[in-house]
Design a protein around this ligand. Structure first.
Ligand SMILES: Nc1ncnc2c1ncn2[C@@H]1O[C@H](COP(=O)(O)OP(=O)(O)OP(=O)(O)O)[C@@H](O)[C@H]1O
Ligand SMILES: [Mg+2]
Length: 552
């Protein structure tokens, strides 16, 4: 195909050239072909840069007279392919109750490879020539496929005119990159396309990190400059009607697929715009998959299913990125289809499968500082919407009070997530959120309210080997004096580490045969399943006594 480039990429008839300003170069100029000279190059006009998603460094229009140069050809030598992602290690042989702690996810595809400086120079030049040739307003009117075809034709011609020596594969790669810059989210596109990436963290134009298999590593992409990155951030947030710039440099948004986005721009972020994307899994995780990944056991899954089904009020507690939202999402699968559910989130991440769901999202203030709708406003409003259950994506402020009120007043089975490192800390945080919300309540009243509202706390953790585990299922038992008493029902204990540094551990029940929600289980006819799953995951010491809730 490369050998026939001339015919393959012959300029289409003028009528087909919908998006072009003019043919890329007069025929005569083709005789003056020369290899690409990297900068100094003429900068494209500002509107063109804007629409194209950013600046691409300098650029020289292809129609411009160029200084004579040695008739050598430029060839792109792609950098060595990087084995960017370690293959998932097979679980080590282990005694029956132990589980390898790493998520048994499928082996990852390579992340891509680092490109050479030369590649970026060539891309800059071709991109700038394209921007000078193409009419972006017209291009924007085309269907994505047609626009891509148009760009393909023109890039093919530019490459031919510039006499760039490229293999077909390299040319395709360049074309893909340029299409992403013009039509999509630029260098982010290949990362967004991959389902095994959990987080994308861009720290300015030069440094991007991703989390794969629980491990954070550098990604071999870069943006042309901070202006291009800022334009892409702007493009993302404007899709949900928000904006980010120097005057409002912090912004939460989400991508069309539901991925959560946070942008913090200069002057707050000192080294260029910082973009963080929590990627949405196309195939959302289910409790079955969490069992497969070793995050819990089949008994743990049954227990969580029962807790969800018998309408216990539940909080998922955990550190950042420990899998709280994912678990909450999984738990909603056990809600009956005839229940009316209202969800309140800062940026809608939950994907409930039930038919009767109302999804609410908070709103930041506008530039004048007005119009803010807080989580508290949403939760309060929920109470007037006749919900059967209220689900709060993340409790982090005074809305804690309203959620507890809701849990306490006939909305059994409500759920939320909260940042805390243990169930005990979860209670303390709830208390301090209510105190900081300015409610003038004595601590004892707040604790009584917590005890009356929250039934179960599920603790999630991101372990040191990168895997996510459900480390405790704990119930709130009552008040002893001024202390809220908690009781672990199910615990995860780390027992060691295999040769690959993956944690070995086991989930087990603590020997509690009748949790506090036993009566509810009886009411819903779930007592036998509950009893069986608790007994089935009990471990005994050498004298036959249950190991209890003391961790090894
Ligand atoms: N049990 C699990 N096994 C493997 N991957 C998981 C598991 N739970 C969650 N993940 C992945 O970990 C990432 C973080 O999950 P999630 O968004 O649920 O965390 P979070 O605790 O809600 O984070 P944040 O505190 O930022 O809101 C996601 O990409 C998710 O797919
Ligand atoms: Mg979350």
């Amino acid at each position: 195909m490369f050998g026939k480039r001339g015919s393959d990429h012959a300029p289409p008839a003028p009528s087909q050239q919908q998006a072009r300003r003019e043919p890329p170069a007069p025929a005569t100029e083709r005789h003056e072909e020369k290899p690409i000279q990297p900068p100094p190059l003429k900068a494209p006009s500002p509107p063109a840069r804007e629409a194209a998603g950013g600046t691409q460094g300098g650029g020289q229009p292809i129609a411009q007279a160029q200084p004579p140069a040695a008739p050598t050809q430029t060839s792109i030598q792609p950098a060595q392919a990087q084995p960017a992602v370690a293959q998932a290690q097979p679980p080590a042989a282990k005694p029956a109750p132990l589980q390898p702690a790493g998520p048994a996810q499928p082996a990852s595809a390579p992340i891509g490879r680092a490109r050479s400086e030369e590649y970026y120079d060539v891309k800059t030049t071709v991109f700038n020539a394209l921007i000078d040739t193409i009419d972006l307003t017209q291009l924007a009117r085309l269907e994505p496929e047609a626009a891509r075809e148009e760009i393909r034709d023109i890039v093919g011609e530019i490459v031919s005119i510039k006499n760039v020596v490229m293999s077909i594969a390299e040319q395709e790669e360049l074309l893909e990159d340029i299409c992403n810059d013009v039509l999509g989210y630029g260098p982010l596109e290949p990362l967004l396309a991959r389902d095994d990436i959990a987080d994308i963290m861009v720290n300015g134009a030069e440094h991007t990190y991703i989390e794969v298999d629980g491990k954070v590593r550098a990604a071999p992409i870069r943006f042309a400059d901070n202006a291009q990155l800022m334009n892409i951030c702007q493009r993302i947030v404007s899709q949900v009607g928000r904006r980010v710039d120097e005057s409002s440099p912090i912004c939460d948004a989400r991508l069309p697929d539901g991925s959560r986005v946070n942008v913090i721009a200069p002057p707050l972020s000192l080294d260029g715009p910082t973009l963080t994307i929590r990627k949405f899994k196309k195939d959302r995780l289910t409790l079955e998959q969490l069992v497969k990944y070793g995050s819990t056991t089949p008994e743990g899954k049954t227990l969580l299913g029962i807790v969800g089904r018998v309408r216990c009020n539940l909080l998922v507690s955990g550190g950042t990125g420990s899998g709280k939202t994912t678990l909450l999402n999984c738990l909603t699968a056990y809600i009956d289809t005839d229940e009316r559910i209202v969800t309140c989130e800062d940026s809608a991440e939950l994907q409930l499968q039930q038919p009767h769901v109302v999804r609410l999202e908070t709103r930041p203030p506008n530039l004048e500082g007005e119009g803010e709708i807080t989580m508290r406003d949403l939760v309060k409003n929920c109470l007037r919407m006749r919900p059967d259950r209220i689900i709060v994506g993340e409790v982090r402020g005074p809305e804690a009070f309203d959620l507890l009120q809701a849990m306490n007043t006939g909305h059994d089975g409500s759920m939320g997530t909260l940042h805390a490192n243990s169930p005990r800390e979860c209670i303390t945080r709830l208390e301090s959120m209510i105190v900081m919300g300015g409610y003038n309540l004595p601590p004892q009243t707040i604790r009584e309210m917590i005890v009356a509202s929250v039934d179960v706390i599920v603790q999630t953790s991101r372990m040191r080997d990168g895997s996510r585990r459900i480390t405790r299922i704990t119930e709130v038992v009552g008040l002893e004096g001024s202390v809220v008493t908690l009781q672990d029902i199910f615990v995860y204990e780390v027992l060691g580490e295999d040769a690959n540094g993956r944690l070995l551990g086991r989930h087990r029940s603590t020997g509690i045969a009748r949790p506090r929600f036993w009566d509810r289980a009886v009411y819903y006819g779930e007592q036998e399943r509950l009893s069986a799953c608790l007994a089935g995951s009990e471990m005994r010491d050498q004298s036959g006594q249950p190991l209890g809730d003391e961790l090894v």
